[in-house]
Each structure stands twice: as structure tokens, then as C-alpha cells.
Design a binder for this molecule. Sequence first.
Ligand SMILES: [Zn+2]
Length: 384
Amino acid sequence: MSELLQYFQSQKQQMVDLLTTLVGFETPTTDKAMVDKMGEFMEAQFRDLGASSVTRIPLAQVGDCLLAKWHEDAPGKPIMFLIHIDTVWPLGTLAQRPTRIDDDGKLYGPGAIDMKGGITIVLSALRGLKERGEMPQRPIWVLMTSDEEVGSVHSKAALMEASAQAGLVLVMEPATIDEELKTMRKGVSTYRVDITGLPSHAGNAPEKGINSIIEMAQQAMKIHAWNDLRNGTSVSVTMVSGGTATNVIPEHCSFHVDVRTVAVSAWKDIDAKLRSLPDTPFVPGAKLEVTQTNGHQPMERNATMQKTYAQCETIGTKYGVVVTQGSSGGGSDGNTVAAMGIPVLDGLGPQGDGLHALHEHVVLNSLPRRATLMAAMLKEWQFD
Ligand SMILES: [Zn+2]
């Protein structure tokens, strides 16, 4: 065991206390006031940890973002931690399911694994380096966002602007249940298709109507045939609404499509096919409009990812931390950063399970291991 790992193991109780404090802030994405309250706590933490600047990025509808920097004038590209403080849990969840630790050393609580555990690791790694007088003289950034759980709609501009300047982005989303990093994430995109037909009396003149539901039904079958599950592509029609009365040929119908792919090429292929739906209606005269409502390109296990992961694994080995890799079917901000061509590692948060579920928990023994890995990467990371 490395001396650094020993040190962080001696800090485990402080890490558990910090995690408990963070879970104590209820931060549903849609409650700006509550999210900003935790933002204030985070700003105080960053300042206490010696940040050379903390910039507030105000957002009207969701909590403000923060960009904290250490040694911003030092040479070299920044290493940037990416954290989000919002959770999927509504206010009052904590009263129903208070934080508890079971006999196996798992901490349960709303938002514990996604991602207050990851935030605990970042703050603890920085604190450890500071207290040991080992804070490396290189630019270190932490970007704190507030709406990841709804697709980072509001924070995406800040996320992309900061990531573009970074040499390495470390996404503190939870590790897999086996404590693996996530070096591959499926792309996720959602679309809405609006169909406009022509209303007509279903009894007196059905032939004069343009039936938007019949158009929808055929388009849905066509889209469904694009599924290629063997190659990791799923295309699912997930919601539909249309029609106004039982005796009216329906003028309007809309439906939603959820697309997930492993490969960027498949992601682009399905996107192009969906966008060309309006060119070939089944029902003569039906008009279609396709809108992408959300989108994250796949994070591929490409050459950049493999190289970035390899360096992380080497550093881990040097400090007595076993690093392994897995994948995820869900998207994160890591997808956005990877699509920009910026080296990124994801799933650097603690081991645990139950994201967005009632059994959400953090395996507490993984906290010192991950804090060691983060501190070691800050000390050792080499850019080309
Ligand atoms: Zn998350």
C-alpha cells in the first residue's frame, strides 16, 4: 500500500462526515433556491481549499454554476474536475429516507452516489494535498454544474467553454458496481415528431381527412425496424398523443423517440434518418416535423480514451490503487466532453449502486481509494 493511500484511509471518517453533510443538502434540479444553498457551501469549501479564484456563472432557471481555479497562472493545461450538485430527488425525500450506514459499510441516502460521493472525493483529494503540502503547481479547475439530471440544458454552454480549455476532464459520476471507470457510454438522444393532417367528420366525409394517427402508426413501425440491438443501437417509440374526438379524423398527432447507440457513426445515421422522415409521408398530404429534444453523442472507447485510461491505470498502480474499466448505457456530461475531442475519464466517483433508485448507496471503503487516485493524478499527470 502506498503512503498516500494510507493517508487517505486515515481520513475515511472525515470523508464519511463530509458525504453525510452533502447528502443533507436536498438539491432537486428544479429548485434553484435549494441548489444555490449548496452552491454557497461549495464556494466556501473552494475558498477554504485555497482556490485562487471562484467565478459564479449565474443561471436564471436552475442553480448557479461555479468555476473554481487553483494556480490558474501556472504553466500547462488545466486538469478539470466536473461535478454536478443537483439530484433527481424531490424535496422531502431525506425525511422519508434519512441517511444511514449499514453493517457492510454502505451509506444510503438520496443523491449519495449520484453524485455527492464524487463531490466528496474531489474536495477530500484537494484537502489532502493541501494539508500534506503537496498541492501540485499546475492549473487545477473544478466546474460545478446544477442541472445534469435534466441533460445539462442550461449549463452546457459553460461546460463546453471550460472543457475546451482543459487538457483533461475528470467526470465524477459514480463508478460501476464493481468500482470500474466508465470508458464507454452510449449516446442518447430524444426526438419529438409532430404530424399535421386534416380534420374531417369520421361519419360524413372520412375520405376528406388526412389521418395523422395512421401516419404516426406507419412511421412508428418504420422507426422500430431500425433497432439493431446486437450492435448496441436501440430506437424506441416511447410516447404518443393525438386526436380530439371519437368522430373526428385526427388532425394532430405527436410521438417521442428515444435513441441509444454505442458508435458515433450509428448515432449520426439514425439522426439523419429521423430528420428525413418529413420527405416520405405514408399518408398523402401528411406533414411531419422532427425536433431533437435532447442529445449526447456516444463516448467511444477510441484511441484517445484508451491512451487516457492507460495513463490513469499506470498512476493508480504506482499508488496501490487497482483501476479497471467498464461501460454505461446512460449518457453523462462525459459524452459532451468526449464529442469535443477533449481527453476525458468518467465514472471516477465511488463504488456503489442504485442511481436514481431507492437502494442508492456508496461503498464507503472506496472513498479513500478514489481520493488517492484523484490526488495522484493531479501530482503525476503528464500531457504530451
Ligand atoms: Zn450524475
